[in-house]
Structures are given as structure tokens and as C-alpha cells.
Design a protein around this ligand. Sequence first.
Ligand code: B16
Ligand code: MG
Length: 217
Amino acid sequence: MIKGFIFDLDGVITDTAELHFLAWKKLADKMQWAFDREVNEELRGVSRMDSLQIIKNHNKANVAHEKLMELAAMKNDLYVESLETLTPNDYLSGAKELLVHLRKEGFKVALGSASKNSSKVLRQLDAMKYFDVIGDGNSVSKSKPAPDIFLFGAKKLGLKPQECVVYEDAEAGVDAAKAGGFYSVGIGPAERVGHADIRFNTMKEATLFAVKSHFAD
Ligand code: B16
Ligand code: MG
């Protein structure tokens, strides 16, 4: 029986991907590194340091560990500054309606995001009130595709994985949900999340009714 829902943040609740892109782009320009939207697509759901590694490898650059830490901090400062522009109007279409519906129906809800800035993003959206548990980039050490972040959320909710549905927009996120034994909902194209138990193009279609009727118990 489904008792809980665990949501990824970027690409599911809101589209912070554009703000991540702009911050990485500023850093890349400063370093005279090539960086475009195609490379940015590879960063979907990937942790900050892993994202930097991808950009660095794309440029075949040699950077010492200390410098990498410095660059990651610079990007994060730019990103956090840009989060000030995020408002309660910036939910992806359908996401807020779903969160409100889940609250009304009494489901338990957790966040399962790779972002260390999740709480800040949720505060900007005024979305903290919809979550019982926040699982973010600070909660576990092994990032997606490891199932750890979703297992953390389920445990904190007091639920078993088979009692929870995970919403994800990233390939590695769906892998993580499946590895943990969760029901998975993929948001996005089949090439990316077609391996989820059920897939929708957008959050607007991924209503409680649509998902519950698929996982009928
Ligand atoms: P931060 P999600 C992910 O969020 C983003 O998709 C990814 O682009 C970003 O690098 C990662 O969070 C880490 O974010 O630098 O804020 O810790 O999709 O897991 O909600
Ligand atoms: Mg995501």
C-alpha cells in the first residue's frame, strides 16, 4: 500500500536547472572553458563536485584538488545569489497542486535531492510546509544512482521503500529509486526516464489520481 511520496527537487518541483546552468556558464567563461546546454544536460541530478568533474573533463583540463574546491565554491556562491530570484510562482506546473493534494489526503512526503541548497530553494518557493522530511546533499554521502538518499527519506518517514513512490527527472535518479525498491515515476522524455515504472512528460500530468491508479493496491 502506498503511504508516502519522495520528490527530487530540480526538474520535479521547480526548474533550478537554468540557474545552475547560468552559474556554471559564468564560471566556465572565467576559466575560458567550453560549456553549453548539451554538456549542461549531463549535469542533471549530478552532485556539485561530480558536475565540475564533467565540465573539467569535457575541457580536458588539469586542475589540482584544492583549486577544484575553490571553483565549486565560486559556482555555488553565484548559484545561491541567483536563488534570490526564485519565488512562490516558480513551481513547475502541477507540482504545487500535487503537494497540496498529498497533504489533504494525509500522505507522508519527503524530499530526496542531491542539492545542498534544497532548504534554501524550498524556502524561496514557500514549500517547506509540504514536506515532513528533507533529504538533501547533506544527508548522505553516496549520491544517485545509489539509493541512499531515498532510503534516508523513507526511513525518516517511518516507511518501507515498497510503501513509497519516488518522482525523478534524472536517469540516475530513476536508477536510484529502482535500486532501493521504490515505485518510480519518471518526469521527462523516454530516452532519459523511460526505465521508470511509469513516465509522464511533465509534472502536470503526474497527478495523484494518475499515479495511484497505476500502482493500484
Ligand atoms: P548543489 P536534484 C541537483 O538537484 C541538480 O539537478 C544538479 O544540477 C546539481 O548539481 C545538484 O542538485 C547539486 O546541487 O550544487 O545545490 O548542491 O535534481 O537532485 O534536486
Ligand atoms: Mg532532478
